[in-house]
Design a protein around this ligand. Structure first.
Ligand code: GLC
Length: 817
């Protein structure tokens, strides 16, 4: 049911007679409808709500844009909660019961309120919505009010500080080799903003529009978020949920959650542009194993290909790729290969992807209808038109041989798309794409419209194609370019960073903002891609931080000195190994976060304000927490503010009672002084954490030997959980997983640790569990169902260690003096 009126027909009782609820009283009325449309001066505005706490606003001049999206599924867009509409001469109120919208019928200015009546997001004073602001015949401009105490996050891995306030950004996927700490735009366009004010109130704003756009967060006009979009219609969502964590979940409700990753992709990965031969690649794997550097994958960059042509193999340098795959497999190592989207324009050369693609008319056309050709790595190249299902299917089939030989992961690079030797670094904006997509009207679209979504559609084609070829295995795709919702298809990395302290620092805000923008699986080139060789200290520090990032891959540019873990000698290697080891010990915790992400959309790597929104009241730098990050809800990583400086610095934690992760010691207050030491990355644990850990392995494919350890850090709201499955297949969807939560309570006489009953039927690798309780001052006795358990007190570590058999059912361990 819908309701629509124009100003000429406003307040007509007859017109509303068909709606479910009608009320005519004097000059106002109320009605219940599933979307509400208003027209003023030829502009049409529509309000609807896919969920009671999410408002969708569409507008067009004169007509509404097509109700289609590359980011929000049809199923989500088809949901409409009932709206109660109240009209008066100066304001229309549309309410879902959870949120409401006030529209000024004269200016079409829109303000969104939460249930309690607080403003969530209001249009700025003055012109709120303008079509064709540049008088180029298309596009629009929106201005939203920026309250003084509001801070803004999201937009993916933009450079600059974590907080976007006072910055301006362009959404236009761009290959920006060796970008600086203020370069914009970069590779991805994710027009999603998370706003948090100093009272902790949050909102989300997602502009579902693929055209080039700019978001100016008060840089030009203080207190106004000025959004300019160069084409298409207005189609945005306002999420009114209360906390930052709610908003991120709401955003992934709209745009989708990442599928559960194969576990090996959470391991350490080694890459280089390029390992030039099969022997070299195998040698890197062998060295990782010989040096006992836990690791899970080796990556092949473009030089494994014949003449740099995608979907070929250089038989001289890689004579037997299937053997490399099986040799690596024997070492529990996975192979990831690059497969760029630019198919070499090589006619009459026996290059099947070109010949077949041309025959089937797969590639993007120029405005004159001929196939567009542009230079990239292989020289002249053509580009599949990924907006056609047929082209995506065709692309997916190209993976047949690689999937058959057991290659585990695929890397989609250069998919902005990058085109060399053009001032715009990409294809002409008037190139023609064909939209042949369920849910869309079939039509031609210019590259200007499709550019920002092209890389994501490339990854959709890869993900779907690889899945179809091997339906029992979780695909792993890595992408450089993407759009909102691209997290459903691929992990991502931040592109061609440089080996500098500034870039290491930048990686924190880039990865945190990616996580807030849906991309939970994100990493950067550890050690830096471009620039000079990293100093030994820089590479060591980068590995330390990377050990707590979601994706952990060392990668570096051609012709740069080696950047593997062992360069710079055994002392540096020992520190680096210690951190990589720790990541593998923490794997049960990290993989459990991956499970949580696949169910909720909550990122693995988080800003401190996600769990502690009060830090937002700490000003521009969020009380100094903008350089910190959290891995899950429990671990807080506080790198030095000036990485290379030996000066002591203060770490301020969001509350008291935190523990030092490395020593297990409980901190006396909510802050602590740190003196930088190369082998120490300060990491702290939330009081109330229960962290599952495993004995060290050399890869995620190796079965740990020994008990599952639950590191317990007593405090309020004490809980944790573990998720396990086979790490690689979809068997978990049929119940072959294990999920178990734990809680702990400080009781009058001691402590109790509760195991909840286990979900799923996956058989764990452990038969015993060790509880390692931190912050203990004295020895204690432990018991389970009235039977005494062995409890060892370590006075110097302040820990109590209790060993018990595996507990699949609900059970309580009681600890008393
Ligand atoms: C791009 C990628 C980089 C890769 C190189 C060669 O610059 O960002 O990671 O190594 O291309 O494929």
């Amino acid at each position: 049911m819908s309701y629509r009126f124009s100003s000429a027909r406003r307040l007509s009782c007859a017109l509303i007679a068909t709606t479910a609820l009608t009320l005519c009283a004097g000059s106002a009325f109320a009605a219940s409808v599933d979307h509400y449309t208003l027209t003023k001066n030829g502009v049409t505005l529509e309000i609807s709500a896919p969920r009671a706490d999410i408002i969708r606003v569409r507008a067009g001049d004169p007509a509404l844009p097509e109700d289609a999206s590359w980011a929000v599924s049809q199923a989500v867009r088809a949901q409409h909660v009932p709206l109660n509409v109240t009209e008066a001469a100066d304001a229309v109120t549309v309410s879902t019961g959870e949120a409401s919208v006030k529209i000024d019928p004269n200016t079409l200015a829109v303000s969104v309120y939460d249930k309690a009546g607080h403003v969530v997001l209001a249009d700025a004073k003055g012109a709120a919505l303008q079509f064709d602001p540049d008088h180029l015949g298309q596009g629009f401009r929106l201005r939203k009010a920026m309250p003084v105490d509001a801070h803004y996050f999201g937009l993916g891995d933009k450079t600059g500080p974590l907080d976007r306030r006072n910055e301006a950004f362009t959404n236009w996927n761009t290959d920006n080799f060796g970008f600086g700490v203020a370069t914009d735009p970069l590779y991805k366009s994710i027009p999603f903003v998370l706003g948090v004010d100093e009272k902790g109130q949050s909102f989300g704003f997602f502009m579902d529009n693929t055209w080039r756009s700019t978001f100016d967060f008060g840089k030009t006009e203080p207190d106004a978020l000025d959004i300019n979009v160069q084409g298409g219609g207005v189609d945005y969502y306002v999420m009114t949920g209360a906390t930052p964590a709610d908003i991120v979940q709401d955003y992934t409700y709209l745009t989708g959650k990442p599928p559960l990753t194969p576990e090996w992709a959470l391991g350490f990965q080694q890459s280089h542009w390029s390992y030039m031969t099969q022997a070299e690649a195998k040698g890197i794997a062998d060295r990782l194993r010989a040096d006992k550097i836990p690791s899970d994958a080796i990556w092949l960059d473009i030089d494994y290909q014949d003449k740099l042509r995608p979907f070929t193999v250089n038989k001289e340098t890689f004579p037997d790729l299937p053997k490399l795959v099986s040799d690596l497999k024997a070492e529990n190592m996975h192979l990831v290969v690059i497969t760029d989207l630019h198919i070499a324009a090589a006619p009459n050369a026996g290059y099947a992807p070109y010949d077949d693609g041309m025959k089937k008319d797969i590639f993007v056309h120029k405005a004159d209808g001929s196939t567009f050709v542009g230079p990239v790595w292989p020289g002249d190249a053509v580009f599949p038109d990924f907006s056609r299902v047929a082209a995506r299917d065709w692309w997916g089939e190209q993976y047949k041989d690689f999937v058959r030989m057991g290659v585990s992961g695929f890397w989609n690079d250069m998919n902005e798309p990058s085109v060399f030797n053009t001032p715009t670094k990409t294809m002409p904006l008037d190139n023609i794409h064909r939209i042949e997509e369920p849910g869309f009207a079939t039509r031609n679209a210019t590259h200007a419209e499709m550019h920002n979504v092209f890389g994501m559609l490339n990854t959709e084609a890869t993900y779907d194609g690889v899945l179809k070829l091997n339906p029992d295995q979780r695909p792993f795709v890595m992408t450089r370019a993407s759009y909102a919702g691209g997290q459903k298809f691929a992990a991502t990395w931040t592109g061609d960073n440089s080996s500098s302290w500034a870039h290491l620092q930048l990686s924190v805000s880039q990865l945190v903002n990616l996580g807030l923008s849906g991309f939970a699986y994100a990493g950067d080139d550890i050690g830096g891609f471009a620039g000079d060789q990293p100093s030994p200290e820089l590479l060591t520090r980068w590995i330390e931080v990377g050990a707590f990032n979601p994706i952990f891959r060392d990668h570096y540019q051609k012709d740069k000195p080696a950047q593997e873990v062992w360069v710079n000698g055994p002392d540096q290697e020992a520190i680096r190994r210690q951190y990589i080891d720790e990541r593998y010990r923490l794997m049960p915790y990290i993989y459990s976060l991956a499970d949580e992400n696949s169910r909720t959309g909550l990122p693995l790597m988080r800003p401190v304000f996600m769990a502690y929104p009060k830090v937002v009241a700490g000003g521009d730098h969020l009380g100094g927490t903008d350089g910190y990050f959290m891995l899950g809800a429990d671990l807080l990583v506080a790198p030095p503010t000036t990485w290379e400086s030996p000066a002591a610095y203060k770490v301020t934690l969001p509350g008291s009672g935190w523990y030092d992760y490395w020593s297990g010691e409980k901190l006396a207050s909510d802050s602590t002084m740190e003196t930088p030491k190369l082998d120490r990355l300060p990491v702290f644990v939330r009081p109330g954490s229960i962290i599952p850990k495993q004995p060290l392995t050399q890869s995620t494919g190796e079965t740990p030997v020994g008990p599952l350890t639950l590191d317990i850090y007593p405090g309020d709201d004490c809980h944790g959980f573990i998720y396990q499955d086979d790490g690689i297949s979809f068997a978990y969807k049929a119940g072959h997983f294990l999920r178990q939560s734990f809680t702990c309570k400080i009781t009058k006489s001691g402590l109790s640790v509760d195991f909840a009953a286990r979900e799923g039927d996956y058989k764990p690798w452990w038969t015993g569990v060790t509880l390692l309780i931190h912050g203990q001052a004295a020895a204690a006795k432990a018991s389970l169902k009235g039977k005494a358990l062995n409890a060892d007190f370590d006075a110097s570590a302040h820990t109590l260690r209790i060993d018990l058999p595996d507990q699949a059912k609900a059970a309580t361990v009681t600890i008393q003096p």
